[in-house]
Design a protein around this ligand. Structure first.
Ligand code: COI
Length: 353
């Protein structure tokens, strides 16, 4: 793969510096172009520098774009570990199909990622809880204002050293159940990781933050009855001896951490259900004490305990506002596999370099 080197490198964050989420970017990026004539072509590594775009470029107008979130972790022997990258490429191509973007060659994306990570290895932070966040993205680049699928695209991968997604780290989050705005509906784009889903969620997110909440817990669009997801996380509830996560009905992102947690829970003998779960069922369980735990899962959020849910102006504390045992077990297992401190029985850890 072609590598275009830069003459000066950027200043890396100091060791131990608070990284936050997505504030620093590495020296290089992977790019690949698509045109109707040539298909996907010109895969290369180049300096990560601002690019000039015509303001009529279609991504700016109609948001025909998709992305993924992955992480690279420093292993105890200094190598690089990535968690289930093939799952991300497969999901990205499903998102592409939904958004009329031509499917890309997954082997070329993987080769680009591996070359990029080897080049940027020194940017992988070493402290526990930190990682090099990987953001593969495809945007429509044809210069035109007609509302049609573009005939030109740019695929890029940028890298960002990150700490925890929430400023308060592993402290349980507070969620506001949103019963007016909706994130997605069946038939919409909710199960694709497309740019517009995130823009559409911002209004409710801001209103929730103004009230002191971390995130919005979305309900289904048709009845405002069933729990969907959080936007940056899939949700799990421990209701008595059942661990429940909302079924993937078409409006929910099929999370890779979600899928991994379901498998780990089953392997550990838990009774796990993927089914529709109504907010009334969750609130009734909170009232009668059978809601033992709630947590969210995601690449950025990892496993995040939920300590409080507000629904229709009433607050429901969960597990005394503390992280529960199942949440802890999943957090320890997933991060142990990611950081290479636990055996990887399922072959989820891809070692590079
Ligand atoms: C991720 O977890 O990687 C996400 O894409 C969620 C969010 C940061 C947009």
């Amino acid at each position: 793969m072609q590598i275009i080197k830069r003459t000066t490198l950027k200043q890396k964050p100091e060791k131990g510096e608070r990284l936050g989420f997505g504030q620093y970017f590495t020296d290089y990026m992977f790019t690949m172009k698509y045109t109707a004539e040539k298909g996907w072509h010109d895969a290369k590594i180049e300096p990560n520098e601002p690019k000039p775009f015509d303001l009529a470029t279609s991504i700016f107008h109609y948001a025909q774009g998709i992305f993924e979130g992955m992480k690279a972790f420093r292993q105890p022997d200094g190598k690089i570990g990535v968690f289930r990258p093939n799952e991300n490429w497969a999901r990205m191509n499903r998102s592409a199909t939904r958004m009329c973007i031509p499917n890309f060659p997954e082997d070329v994306a993987e080769e680009g990622l591996e070359t990029l990570l080897k080049l940027e290895k020194d940017w992988i932070p070493t402290e526990m809880g930190t990682a090099l966040y990987i953001r593969p993205t495809i945007v429509a680049t044809r210069v035109m204002l007609g509302v049609h699928a573009s005939t030109e695209y740019l695929f890029f991968i940028i890298l960002s050293p990150v700490g925890s997604y929430y400023a308060h780290g592993l402290e349980p989050t507070k969620l506001l159940v949103e019963d007016f705005y909706v994130r997605s509906s069946i038939g919409g784009t909710g199960e694709a990781k497309c740019l517009g889903n995130y823009a559409a969620s911002m209004k409710a997110g801001e209103l929730a933050e103004e009230k002191g909440f971390d995130q919005v817990l979305w309900l289904d669009a048709a009845e405002k009855k069933y729990v969907e997801e959080v936007g940056s996380m899939n949700m799990f509830f421990r209701l008595g001896d059942e661990v429940v996560t909302p079924a993937l009905v078409g409006s929910i992102l099929p999370g890779i951490t979600r899928k991994s947690c379901i498998q780990l829970l089953r392997e550990n003998g838990y009774n796990v259900s993927e089914r529709r779960v109504s907010i009334d069922e969750v609130i009734a369980a909170a009232k009668d004490g059978s809601l033992k735990e709630a947590f969210g899962t995601g690449t950025a959020a990892v496993i995040s305990p939920v300590g409080l849910i507000r629904y229709k102006d009433c607050d429901y504390e969960i597990n005394g506002g503390k992280m529960g045992d199942v949440t802890r077990m999943l957090y320890d297992t997933i991060t142990g596999i990611q950081y290479g401190t636990l055996p990887d029985k399922n072959g989820w850890r891809k070692i590079i370099g």
